[in-house]
Design a protein around this ligand. Structure first.
Ligand SMILES: Nc1ncnc2c1ncn2[C@@H]1O[C@H](COP(=O)(O)OP(=O)(O)O)[C@@H](O)[C@H]1O
Ligand SMILES: [Mg+2]
Length: 222
């Protein structure tokens, strides 16, 4: 499903080159639950942005479902990102001016695809499934962190993605609440057959995955 071949990423900082990823090669199959693990600053988020088509590598190839992403136009990349992947972030990244259900429906506005579902209906189904249906018309700053992260997961799922990319999804939660979020991701993997990639610097979180890809100083460590 995802294949990275010799991917490198270099940033230019005050005239100096900073290499954040070096020669990263791996594949992830449909249906896997993978952790991208490693210490802070090792390049995990950069890697996640490249897999999620939010950023491009400086060198190397990214194949999504056997399509070399570098052959696609920016419009096609945006479309693919919107439909193929759902993102979950440490800071939840909800929009405080929008209600909970409007946050969940937001990705349906940015698509050219003809949807095979009614956005509000599907958003409500997801919120109900996650036990926060009664919060649909309140606002993100009125609910707990664990609830906000469930809203973010509902938003990540609204477009029926094949993949969920979660960057430190439990980083802002206490361990008990974090555990419920990990259980939810496990359920989405097992029941809904969604491929899950969790980015984490915490060994406890990485252990929950079926496979670990370890990144140290921008390189894959064995
Ligand atoms: N846009 C950027 N410009 C310059 N340096 C960056 C940028 N994004 C990340 N970095 C640097 O790349 C390194 C890896 O960052 P990151 O991918 O966020 O690591 P991690 O998620 O593992 O903590 C860090 O040293 C960070 O400062
Ligand atoms: Mg990070």
């Amino acid at each position: 499903m995802i294949s990275l071949s010799k991917v490198s990423k270099t940033y230019e900082l005050e005239g100096e080159e900073l290499t954040v990823l070096k020669n990263v090669t791996f594949t992830i199959k449909r249906g896997e639950f993978v952790a991208i693990a490693g210490p802070s600053g090792s390049g995990k988020s950069t890697l996640m942005h490249i897999i999620g088509l939010l950023d491009k590598p400086s060198d190397g190839a990214v194949l999504i479902n056997n399509v070399d992403v570098s052959t696609l136009s920016d419009d096609d990349i945006s479309m693919m990102r919107n439909e193929f992947v759902g993102f979950v972030f440490q800071q939840f990244n909800l929009i405080n001016k929008l209600s909970i259900i409007e946050n969940v429906m937001l990705p349906t506005i940015y698509t050219r695809k003809i949807l095979d579902f009614e956005p509000r209906e599907r958003a409500m189904e997801l919120l109900t499934r996650f036990g926060i249906g009664e919060k649909a018309d309140t606002f993100p700053n009125k609910i707990s962190g664990g609830q906000q992260q469930r809203v973010a997961i509902a938003r990540a799922l609204i477009m029926k993605p094949e993949l969920i990319l979660a960057d430190e999804p439990t980083g802002n939660l206490d361990s008990k609440t974090g555990d419920t979020i990990l259980k939810l991701l496990e359920e989405l993997n097992k029941k809904d057959k969604i491929t899950i990639i969790v980015v984490t610097h915490e060994a406890d979180v990485a252990r929950r995955a079926n496979r670990k890809i370890k990144v140290v100083d921008g390189e894959i460590a064995q």
